[in-house]
Ligand binder design. Sequence first.
Ligand SMILES: [Zn+2]
Length: 458
Amino acid sequence: MDVLSHYSSPVIEFPASQPLEKQNALVDNCTGTDPPPPSADVATETQEKQNAATQTEQFCSSQSAKYDERALAKWLRQICPQVEQELSQPTPLLDEQETSQCALQEQLQVHTYQNLSMASIENSQGLAIWLSVHTNNAPVLVATTVAPHDDWCEHMEQQLKLFVPQRMSHGSFVAYTEAKALPLKSCLRSLCTNEFNKNIFAGATMDGELFVWLYEQARGGIDSSVEIKQLHSVSSTQGAAVALDWVTEQRLLACYANGTVLQWMVTKQMTLDWEYSVPTSVGAELTTMLSLGLDDIVLGTSCGGVYRCWSPGRQPACDRTSKQLQLLPLRKHRFTVSTLLKTEMDGHQIVVSCDLSGQAYYHDMRHEEEDTAQLIVQIPLPFKNAIACSRDANIIYCPSNDGALEYYRVSDGAHAHVKGALRGRGNLICISDNGCWLITGLYGNEFQIFYIENNSSD
Ligand SMILES: [Zn+2]
């Protein structure tokens, strides 16, 4: 088990990833068809049984029946507690966690589904988002690759690719096929689906441009054509937006490393709605952001800071574009905040923040005065670059090396592994809104698509 450090708050830790062979062995133990391993006998003190055996020998050596019954009663008294214990714990070597691990892999089967080749040589990172569902519960996918950057982007021939799930002629399967490639004059820094209209999405380029695109499917005909239409583009002097998010269908937030957050109104025109600058006391670059609603933002920083910025009420009308927000520091990470996720647990809004060490905090957004982040999840290294989580926030998915995937159940610490067959390190993970599809990357030139099959009864 990877124990990184000690924490004063309760920490959920997961055992380190195990080879698939060992996982299989555990599954076998669960089914209980195999005899218990020899060491199980040691655990249940079967030395007592040897005494019992000598007594039964006496029984066999034709002593009087009365004596034999006493011996038998004595033997039963000795053996009964052990038998009861054995029955109550049929596999003493299998602790609770291992049992739940078997259950996790059975209840939530994650299958490697398809590789997507991007046919680019020098690019090392990937960006991908899911759009609206197209067929068979499968959403349309937008993906691009990003070259390594020292400073200025000089990559004039990048592409944004649209992958559409096509129904296969046999069975109920779909296959993702490239339907469109849109040329880009610069690498993208971030991509974000409009959750209020999943045919619309936004992208921010390395050289400071913001784009809003519309995915369109021409109606009629079997081979209906698809299109990506550019709705808007604006330039900003802030550089590349490190994160984008949609507040409403027509409000786009862009977050910049220098501490600026811009809100754009996206109607027939794209106009700047307001601008917010984090106070200098934050003292670090912004790395990630998400929107919780109107004038309600969560920001993550390079120093591990997590801040909720929200409007306490009506703004003074004197300065229309410069936004005044209250800043509430949430529980701070030790390392750069790599991911912020918005989710719900028991009907409460939760923000999950994850840092580069793989430590995830669950912040309860009901607390407006302070943040205690009682729930801390420690994900074993090296699964730290990015996480995705299920709708109920109970499952955390992490891309691993060579196209593999790790997933963890927060409620009981169960951990499961999906073997990969690619090369390289994954830095991206994105889950579809319906919780059925995952994409990870970039592995060489390839993304990996996973299909999630939920077999639990609820
Ligand atoms: Zn570039």
